[in-house]
Design a protein around this ligand. Structure first.
Ligand SMILES: [Zn+2]
Length: 79
């Protein structure tokens, strides 16, 4: 997405620096989008980062359940 080289105000956007509403205008220069605050002079290059976040799914297969059943025989020696 590229803005026009003509500066346009972005409605509903607050300046990240001074926090004023509707003071940020966007424009494009040499293929790069910028946003500029007319109030405090904040200028920022708008880059679209597509950062894929990979979730590490580690399968904990170390669930060893050693169910050892020991049978006990009761033997009467006097039998
Ligand atoms: Zn500002």
């Amino acid at each position: 997405m590229a803005f026009s080289t003509q500066k346009r105000f972005i409605a509903g956007v607050t300046c990240p620096k001074c926090g004023l509403l509707d003071k940020v205008q966007a424009f494009s220069d040499d293929g790069i989008d910028y946003r500029e605050c007319i109030s405090c002079g904040f200028l920022d290059e708008m880059r679209v980062f597509s950062a894929p976040r990979e979730l590490e799914t580690r399968v904990n297969a170390a669930a060893d359940k050693a169910n050892q059943v020991s049978a006990v025989k009761l033997v009467d020696p006097r039998g």
